[in-house]
Design a protein around this ligand. Structure first.
Ligand code: ZN
Length: 242
């Protein structure tokens, strides 16, 4: 099976549309999303509708749960809190109802999926080798998928040694002989210094995973954010991928 994996869309419709156009070119069997469909960006309902229509599996993330009121919106401070409160006021009832059905963790044959990490699927960030190793040791599937950090990562464990690390565009991973923890990076708010939208293609039959980036009209998202009065710092950071 070939699976495209996306995460952390964050209400950025131009970025999501650009990724989906690339995904369509690869024609995978399924598309999976690791959560944080909303929050930060200007197009929450459009991104929920598109994700709902296109994915075979979607998790929810901490931003989705805060906007729904499942977790305390007060856990988000500053600009993230302002954007979450704006999103909560914008989100339509059908969109909220679909988000409420989602879980921050899931299992598929050979794959465990978490928005955050196996330790805490909602909040924990896998940003160090130590947390990556804990995440691998607390799971058993050959592939562990995480999102949440907005940083593309590929870390492999052969039972003795951890290899890999940051996964910039065109990183290709041989899935054989190791268990792998993979983070596709973020569609709508990358934080690894590359402002282009990120996604991941896993080809289980060929034993390969491939990290992809796609440019999108960042200024269109920024203009929509400013029109809606979303915090300027959140718009500015998109141009830098931070
Ligand atoms: Zn996120």
């Amino acid at each position: 099976m070939r699976v495209a994996v996306i995460s952390d869309i964050h209400s950025n419709l131009p970025a999501l549309e650009a990724v989906l156009a690339e995904v369509d070119r690869e024609a995978p069997d399924e598309l999976w999303c690791l959560g944080d469909i909303v929050g930060y960006g200007p197009h929450p309902n459009e991104c929920v509708d598109l994700t709902r229509g296109r994915t075979a599996l979607s998790l929810c993330g901490n931003h989705d749960l805060a906007v729904l009121g499942t977790i305390d919106i007060g856990d988000f401070t500053g600009d993230a809190g302002d954007a979450a409160r704006w999103t909560a006021g914008e989100l339509g009832e059908p969109q909220a109802a679909w988000l409420r059905e989602l879980s921050p963790a899931a299992v598929r044959p050979g794959v465990e999926l978490y928005h955050g990490s196996p330790r805490d699927p909602v909040w924990d960030y896998v940003l160090t080798e130590q947390v990556a190793l804990i995440s691998i040791l607390e799971t058993t599937a050959p592939i562990v998928l995480v999102g949440h950090s907005h940083v593309a990562l590929g870390l492999g464990w052969d039972g003795a040694e951890l290899s890999g690390g940051l996964a910039p565009e065109r990183t290709e991973i041989d899935l054989a002989n190791r268990r792998w923890l993979l983070n596709p990076g973020s569609v709508g708010q990358p934080r690894d210094g590359d402002p282009r939208a990120a996604w991941l293609l896993i080809d289980e039959g060929a034993g390969r995973a491939s990290f992809r980036r796609v440019p999108y009209p960042i200024e269109a998202t920024q203009a929509a954010m400013r029109e809606r009065g979303l915090p300027d710092a959140l718009a500015a950071r998109l141009a830098h991928g931070i």
